[in-house]
Design a protein around this ligand. Structure first.
Ligand SMILES: Cc1cc2nc3c(=O)[nH]c(=O)nc-3n(C[C@H](O)[C@H](O)[C@H](O)COP(=O)(O)OP(=O)(O)OC[C@H]3O[C@@H](n4cnc5c(N)ncnc54)[C@H](O)[C@@H]3O)c2cc1C
Length: 440
């Protein structure tokens, strides 16, 4: 019945939850559909740690100040000015009220004094991490009377006289359909699909790791394009980081990230040193290494450390592979011994600024791959978050929010805490825009 599904939200990550809750607060009846099982609900926010938020004065959760102009300038700088300016301004303005809004909807935030979070004047951390935040928002959704269906994969949308018919596939192969006056698509960034990766990256796509949920597979995005929605961004451009090659292909989360690169040297699968300029000591160096590793043969590289570097680096999720000599390490890794010895000798002769020669035994290695966080590609939206069609028109009944439309403001580059902020702010705005349309 239409009256029971004024708004259908597709995707139960942070964007979908914020959209559903915001729309419900404005009086809409809302049904949220998510294709993951309940135990894995929440999309990639399960792995995430912090939001980037404007605060013109210090707050309990964010020390110092972080002004809107600063946020906008940083966004401009990392994207090379490639953002939709109106959307970027809505994002930054929306970040300022995000923390109180989330708290009013059950999310607890972490004061920096309460535990081990990196000091940051730009970002705030939900207490207990992303999973705790997601659980709190699902509790609020239930209390507000939002219908939630898990294991509900939306496979197609068809326009009908009353709005949209939404087709749903269940894991047992059964299909069903519900009707909605308005749909908000929050199905995440594409890329969590080996076939999609292969199509856009060729054989190199087979060697890429997906750091987040396997359920954001991008198939609904392809459906939108087939229906005539406009694309934005580049499917071959991704935010990637160095991850341990022994981690899972999907959903390894934050812990498989390799953060020890500044303490050693990186070689490729032939044992030759990858001499990377400008990818050294800064805290986010692993994001610079992602694309470099993706460009390597077999999309594999090795971080080589000595005992001193190993001791100075923070522990990693997987134990290092250790050996008494460089040649023994090469043999264990299956690398050409002479090539690795030459690489170590050349590194030791002129170590990069801030690095130490690799001389203390035992030697150690971490095998690495490139792990995708999100793809800079999605569906075009206007400044009200309505999907834009290839003829330039928009419908008042179809919205998109979250990483599926992130490329409208983030054609390239990244800023810490931006993914969650973008998804939550645009989710909330899309929910409000959609509710204004359906609630008279
Ligand atoms: C390992 C990792 C760590 C991160 N850390 C941070 C961080 O610290 N700070 C930060 O700001 N950002 C971080 N991010 C990014 C951040 O998590 C994402 O930007 C954000 O969670 C995206 O939210 P979303 O709702 O747009 O998409 P998603 O989280 O991808 O959610 C999409 C949802 O839609 C569902 N779905 C997909 N297709 C369908 C369909 N056809 N039918 C029904 N449901 C469907 C999926 O199951 C999923 O639940 C991290 C990402 C990863 C992978």
């Amino acid at each position: 019945m239409i009256s029971e599904n004024q708004i259908v939200v597709v995707g139960g990550g942070i964007a979908g939850l914020c959209a559903a809750i915001a729309a419900r607060h404005l009086g809409a009846s809302v049904h949220l559909l998510d294709n993951s099982p309940a135990a894995l609900r929440g999309g990639n926010a399960r792995h995430a740690r912090n939001f980037r938020v404007v605060h013109s004065e210090p707050t309990q959760f964010a020390p110092d100040r972080y002004q809107a102009a600063e946020f906008l300038a940083e966004l401009d700088s990392v994207t090379g000015g490639g953002s939709d300016h109106t959307l970027a301004e809505r994002l930054v303005a929306g970040s300022e009220t995000l923390v109180p809004w989330l708290m009013a909807n059950g999310v607890a935030m972490q004061p920096p004094s309460l535990g081990v979070v990196p000091y940051s004047r730009r970002t705030v951390f939900p207490l207990g991490g992303g999973k705790a935040m997601i659980n709190a928002l699902y509790r609020t959704a239930a209390a507000l009377g939002i219908a939630v269906s898990n294991d509900a994969n939306v496979s197609a949308l068809h326009e009908c006289t009353s709005g949209w018919t939404v087709e749903i596939d269940a894991p047992d192969g059964k299909t069903s359909a519900i009707e909605a006056r308005t749909v908000i698509i929050c199905a995440g960034s594409p890329g969590a699909d080996p076939e999609w990766l292969h199509r856009h990256h060729g054989a190199a796509g087979d060697g890429l790791v997906i750091r987040g949920t396997p359920y954001a597979d991008g198939r609904l995005l392809e459906q939108l394009f087939a229906m005539g929605a406009s694309a934005v961004g580049d499917p071959t451009a991704s935010h990637m980081v160095a991850v341990d090659a022994r981690g899972p292909r999907f959903d390894g989360g934050i812990v498989t990230r390799i953060t020890a690169i500044p303490y050693g040297m990186v070689v490729d699968a032939s044992g030759a040193r990858i001499d990377a300029v400008g990818a050294g000591q800064e805290p986010t160096h692993y994001a610079r290494w992602g694309p470099r590793i993706a460009a390597c043969e077999r999309q594999t590289a090795y971080l080589i450390l000595d005992a001193d570097g190993l001791q100075r680096a923070a522990p990693q999720a997987f134990a290092p592979i250790e050996a008494a000599s460089v040649s023994a390490l090469a043999a264990t890794l299956g690398l050409e011994s002479a090539a690795l010895e030459t690489a170590v000798a050349s590194f030791n002769a002129t170590p990069p600024a801030g690095a130490r020669p690799l001389t203390c035994t035992p030697f150690a290695a971490y095998p690495m791959r490139a792990g995708i966080t999100f793809v800079h590609h999605g569906v075009a939206v206007d400044d009200r978050l309505r999907v834009v069609w290839t003829d330039g028109r928009c419908k008042d009944t179809l919205f998109a929010a979250g990483m599926i439309m992130a490329a409208n403001v983030l054609r390239r580059g990244y800023l810490a805490g931006l993914g969650l902020t973008l998804a939550a702010v645009f989710g909330r705005l899309a929910g409000e825009e959609a509710a204004r349309h359906v609630v008279r």
